[in-house]
Design a binder for this molecule. Structure first.
Ligand code: WTA
Length: 664
């Protein structure tokens, strides 16, 4: 993939989007004025926005305590589910569509209004309460993209419970690890789900996870099982474990439709979301209630310039942060209508995504560069055929740097040169967009550039010594102000949070990304500076994959690096050293890859397994990944002189052995 940092500007100046109504940010000057206020007086800035929500008791945002101890209106109490649903219903909008739910199979559609959603949430809240779930308890959700998933998330929020959504692509082992770490007593699971041509038996995976958790000493008391209309399940009634498993439909039908709101302190945790770090074990990132609520809602409003009546469509799964902030929370907190799609963008044909946009008249589309690259060339979007993007106004991307070619196709073909492209840079930890171009009329967009900080975000670049880089330059991207949706802690390990994000340069939140600031002061993300990879927009830690590889009895040691991939952005390349006496073979390679699928999930299985007689190490025993990256990228044509200085290796001949083992 071309480095985004030196992406050229488009040959033609990009014309501004044409908004049908007064945009939330009518000019760049309006952005600058609001941004300046958000930095000069963050308390007043966020308090004014917060006052649009429902709270009990009042206080101020106090950013003075610094990034590690951000607290947002700590004396107030609120409830996110109330603000996302009841607030709209009380204002007379119960009949408004919350979700156009589009099934995996074309034509299978459901419409869920705000009133419908509120009813499911209230009943589900009672089902959870009846199973002993109380304020602060963690509930694990292992579900696909059907309306029951946001409903379950909001049901937790309504009763003050903390949800932890686990992406449906994670394996039993990975799910069990998250259940044990979060000590969840209740799991909500969907029986089976169709994703493209595949049927995935989620309940069977979850059943196994509960066994693994039990063997590790943690027993889940209740499993609530939902069904997706149309998904074929191999399990049946007999698979329901008496006393533990509960049928969602039955339980929800029988539950009371009135569910008392639990008004929680603004700093009360809303959810835990496990994400990859640079060490082996995933981190449970904890977000708070009030600050997260206000930030998710505000970023949604401004980044997508959402107006009443618009139809928003994010292709992200609620198993990742994007689905939390820009499916469940940001849109519903704005009373938005959105499309919720269960399947994959290219099933049954590569035109599916465009058909969905056309059918619902989508105004804002939010997806990942990997999806854009996969669809590019496969099927022209309908608006390209007609020469106009009827409804689309804002096109968003997220998850990884977008290469300029993909950006231009998104802009020219999908958006017919009429849409604003918002390349949103942010992280699980930031809770919402931290840096993004905003759809401001007249803004000169730059392909592949995340451009400017969102309100309240003070970005800076540090050099390796921790000094701030001034003006044009490159460095480690940090945030030096507190912002409302900053992660509050790592579940069960606050020390790990302080160490990972604030340890190296105290006073700065370390993003783990590198960036370049151009002469206009705009930021270009250059990729992670640590051992975290982005494969098809999925965040994966190399250490996590390595730990999975060495679980195989034949593997002595493993090192995983990334190589550029035309569609996935990055792909995983594993160097594996076998135990003495073990013969390498195709079967063994398949077994080793299966080991990663079992431990983490199919999306983390390395594309390449390179049998390494030994790994290149420094005298202090550190694996020299720089060399491995070059070998993986160069392939069989790599020459020794391409590898740079190898003199610090304990045994430089290891490199020759690695170059000799290509294709073996
Ligand atoms: C990367 C996803 C470049 C980045 C919301 C970050 C991006 C990591 C962009 C977080 C973007 C996300 N341009 N890189 N627009 N968006 N990233 O936690 O490396 O799954 O640190 O959150 O994705 O991934 P996460």
């Amino acid at each position: 993939m071309a480095p985004t940092a030196c992406a050229p500007l488009p040959a033609q100046p990009v014309p501004p989007p044409v908004p049908p109504h007064e945009p939330h940010l009518p000019s760049l000057a309006a952005y600058h004025a609001l941004y300046a206020r958000s930095i000069a007086d963050p308390s007043a800035f966020w308090r004014d926005i917060a006052d649009e929500f429902t709270w009990h008791s009042k206080s101020n945002f106090d950013p003075a305590a610094g990034p590690v101890h951000v607290s947002f209106l700590p004396d107030r109490r609120t409830n996110v589910a109330y603000n996302a649903l009841d607030r709209w219903i009380s204002a007379g909008h119960g009949a408004r569509v919350a979700f156009y739910a589009e099934g995996n199979e074309p034509g299978r559609r459901r419409v869920v209004t705000y009133a419908d959603l509120a009813d499911s949430v209230a009943r589900m809240g009672n089902v959870l309460r009846a199973r002993g779930v109380r304020k602060g308890d963690v509930v694990v959700l292992y579900m696909p993209m059907v309306p029951e998933l946001p409903a379950a998330m909001l049901a937790c929020a309504r009763i003050g419970a903390v949800h932890s959504v686990v992406f449906g692509g994670f394996s039993s082992e990975a799910l069990a690890g998250r259940i044990v770490d979060s000590k969840a007593n209740v799991v909500v699971v969907t029986e089976a789900i169709g994703r493209g041509k595949k049927q995935i038996q989620l309940k069977a995976i979850a059943d196994r996870a509960l066994e693994i958790a039990e063997a590790a000493g943690h027993r889940v008391e209740h499993q609530i099982v939902t069904k997706v209309p149309g998904a074929e399940s191999v399990s049946d009634e007999a698979c329901m474990v008496a006393g533990r498993d509960v049928d969602w439909d039955e339980a929800v039908r029988e539950a009371d439709a009135e569910c008392e709101v639990e008004w929680v302190e603004s700093e009360h945790p809303l959810f835990v979301l496990y994400t990859s770090g640079s060490t082996g074990k995933p981190k449970g990132v904890v977000h708070s209630t009030g600050g997260y609520m206000v930030y998710a809602a505000t970023t949604f409003k401004y980044t997508f310039d959402y107006h009443e009546g618009d139809v928003f469509f994010s292709t992200s799964d609620c198993g990742w942060i994007t689905g939390h902030s820009y499916v469940t929370y940001g849109p519903l907190l704005n009373g938005a209508t959105q499309v919720l799609y269960e399947g994959v963008p290219n099933y049954p044909t590569p035109a599916r995504l465009w058909e969905i946009c056309e059918h619902y008249g989508v105004n804002q589309l939010y997806t990942a560069p990997t999806v854009i690259r996969a669809l590019k060339g496969a099927a022209p979007p309908p608006q390209a055929r007609d020469g106009k993007a009827e409804a689309l106004r804002v096109l968003g991307t997220v998850g990884e740097p977008i290469n300029p070619e993909a950006w231009m196709w998104y802009y020219e073909v999908v958006g017919a040169r009429r849409c604003a492209i918002v390349d949103t840079w942010w992280q699980t930890e930031t809770g919402g967009h931290a840096m993004t171009p905003l759809p401001i009329p007249g803004l000169q967009m730059k392909p592949g550039c995340a451009m400017m900080p969102f309100f309240g975000i003070q970005a800076a670049l540090l050099n390796g010594d921790g000094a701030e880089v001034e003006g044009e330059g490159e460095g480690l991207l940090v945030i030096k102000s507190g912002w409302p949706a900053a992660l509050r802690t790592v579940y069960g390990d606050h020390g790990r949070m302080e160490e990972a994000y604030f340890g190296r340069f105290p006073g700065y939140y370390m993003t783990g990304d590198g960036a370049r600031r151009d002469a206009d002061g705009h930021y270009w993300l250059t990729g992670r500076v640590d051992d975290i990879l982005n494969v098809s927009g999925h965040r994966i830690g190399t250490a996590e994959v390595e730990s999975a590889l060495v679980l195989h009895h034949a593997v002595a040691e493993a090192a995983v690096v990334s190589v550029g991939h035309a569609v996935k952005g990055e792909s995983l390349y594993a160097f594996v050293s076998l135990m003495g006496g073990v013969e390498a073979s195709g079967d063994l390679r398949a077994e080793i890859r299966a080991c990663v699928r079992n431990e983490i999930g199919a999306f983390a299985a390395p594309d390449a397994v390179h049998w390494a007689p030994a790994l290149p190490k420094t005298r202090s025993g550190k694996i020299m990944r720089r060399i491995l990256r070059k070998i993986a990228a160069g392939g069989a044509r790599t020459r020794r002189e391409d590898l740079g200085d190898t003199s610090t290796l304990t045994d430089p001949s290891v490199v020759d052995a690695l170059l000799d083992t290509f294709g073996k």
